[in-house]
Design a protein around this ligand. Sequence first.
Ligand code: FES
Length: 341
Amino acid sequence: MTAFVRNQWYVAAYGSEIGPELFARTILGEPIVFYRTADGVVVALADRCVHRRYPLSEGRLDADTIVCGYHGFTYDSTGTCVFVPGQTRVPRTARVSSYPVVEQDSFVWVWIGDREKADAAPIPRAPWLADPDYTTVCGMEPLAARYELLVDNLLDLSHETYLHGGYIGTPEVAATPITTEVDEDNAIIRVSRRMADAECPPFYAKSTGIEGRITRWQDIEYHPPCLYLLHSRVAPAGVLPEADGSDPHGFHVEVVYAITPETEHSTHDFWAVARDFALEDEGVSEFLRESNRTVVLQDVTALDILERVIQTEPEGYQELSINIDAGGLAARRILKRMATA
Ligand code: FES
């Protein structure tokens, strides 16, 4: 198992999940309580009272302060205790850790690591999720498996043919070779699979209205440790973008995953599907929401099984990797390097 990669930004929630009430989520084994202040700013504090460790998320908000639900220690939005019961002097050490937070592209990112090293500039972008030229459906499914299994799963889409047949998988996905590029300097892994003449799976046939065979591109960009982008293009077979790069007959779907470890053996599996067609069509949104959630749950079921197998069988099993695993193996190597650093 790869150790957690600290000193990194992780998606903790969708911005829409956090309002003026207490919201608890564990990230990389750290219990965190979130809320939104009256000014709309997201606050993230350690979810343990310094007095007797009672979770602050079990308390209540009083204006922008949290009142512990056990004996009333009260913390401001920086984590500093501003009131204790039965005495006027608040102990100097009475504070809980606060976490740097950035809200961007509909996500709430939280920095896990040394506070002074937090720099928002390198947070990878997923601009489609907050772009009015796209319509997005999204969700989050809890995964009872280590995050590396989800990384492996998403970097090798040949499994679509077998695990997701009838939704997004067709024979051509597994049959088409991939190209893999590793940008070592920027720690980005790119895996592409371009199918010139493929069956159109129901996911795209029903949402785009294309009848017959398609040109289907899958271009993955993984920004370890957390953000995974799948740029998906479908068009009637033989229809390519114009020489100037415009693509009036192509349908574009940006699939975004945020892979956030919860504990060593569980993961928050955030998923979003943004499209540049049928923007106002609620029927298409509902279809894509339900279809993608079904696909994600198929992965969750398989990865939960795999986690149980890994935990119960003796260590030392020698996996056999093939060409389709190039992206996943590169990801493992980079994650290990990042964790060590
Ligand atoms: Fe929070 Fe006692 S545990 S005030």
